[in-house]
Every structure is written in structure tokens, then in C-alpha cells.
Ligand binder design. Sequence first.
Ligand SMILES: N[C@@H](CCC(=O)N[C@@H](CS)C(=O)NCC(=O)O)C(=O)O
Length: 203
Amino acid sequence: MKLHEAATAPNCRRVRIFLAEKGIEVPVVPVDLGKAENRGEPFRQKNPMGRVPVLELDDGTFIAESVAICRYFEQLQPDPALMGGSDPEEAARIEMWQRRMELEIALPIMQVFRNTHPYFADRIDQYADYGEGQRSHATKRLEWLDRELADREFVAGDEYSIADITAQIGIDFGRVTKFKVTEETPNLLRWHQAVSARPSAKA
Ligand SMILES: N[C@@H](CCC(=O)N[C@@H](CS)C(=O)NCC(=O)O)C(=O)O
């Protein structure tokens, strides 16, 4: 088994943090996004979307999509449960928050980068207005998350889960485009300091 990934990519970090929390080590094959290796034909045979991460199984199967890769490892090694374990209500609650963190926070922050940063200027069609709209959307959602975190320790409840990882990788990636967690959102700051202090944050 090997993980095709890029050190600076937030979706790859999501998988790395997930694996670190579970104590699983997987050999890594670096993909050079700077040289657009992910857009070439050999890589597209692994993932036609041309995106990292991609997990390659020993039988040659390729699994793309960071959450799908996490799901694979959750089933392979259920402990510690990061996606809700076997309790239907808990699993549904964590999935609900995972999707909210993905759709409302991580993705908008990534869209700011994709649509406004020079890195993507000659790679994709950029829509600067859309990027700025996503900045304002993400900012409002971070304020909302701050209110949500007023009465619980983690994003999906009292237990750490993949929802925390998704929020963390999105917010940390936002540094590149000047997102910052400050005292203005004290609950979010407390949560961010807590997840950043976990050993997995180094992944
Ligand atoms: N939904 C996918 C998104 C994957 C994705 O957007 N990967 C980015 C890095 S975080 C990528 O490969 N970017 C390179 C590019 O678009 O050229 C997932 O969760 O894995």
C-alpha cells in the first residue's frame, strides 16, 4: 500500500492527520504539484480528476478522495473511532459535522486560494470575485463555528473526530490567504489551540 500525496496540500494533510491519530504508517510517494505532475497522463491513470491524495492498494486499486481514504482506514482499524464507530446516531452526527466543515469552511477557504492566488494563475480559470465571495462566506462560517463551540469541546461533540480534522486543515491552509484565528472568536481559538497541540497536528 502507498499514499500518493503532496506535503503542502490540505486534503493530503487531512489523511496524514487521520493516520497519525490512528497510529498507522503508510509509505508515501510524493507528487510534485509545482511541476503539475498531478495533471499528467501517468497520474491521471491513478485519479482521472488529477488531484491528490490517492491511496494505492497492494492489488493495484486506486482510491482517491481524502474522506474515502479515511473511511478505508476507519474500517481497516476502527480504533480510535474518528468517524463515529458502530453507533448509528454518533456516526450520523459526525458525518453531518464533517460535511459542514468540508462544504462551509474548508472548501470555501480552498476556493479563495484557487481563485485569487498567483500559484493557480496559469493552471485554472480564476474568478477573483468568486474567490473574494468565498472569503466572506468562510469568514461568516468561522464566526458561526465559534458560536457552536461555545458549549462543546470539539466540532461534532465531546469527542475528537474527522470533523475536527477537516476544520483544522481548512483553517490552517487559510494562513496562505490571510485567514487567522484570533481573540475575536475565542471559542474557535480555544479549539484551534487544542487541536494544534495534538501530536497529529505535525503531520
Ligand atoms: N475532493 C478531493 C479534493 C482533492 C484536491 O483538491 N486536491 C488538491 C490538493 S489539496 C490538488 O490535488 N490540487 C492540485 C491541482 O488542482 O492541481 C479530496 O478530498 O481528496
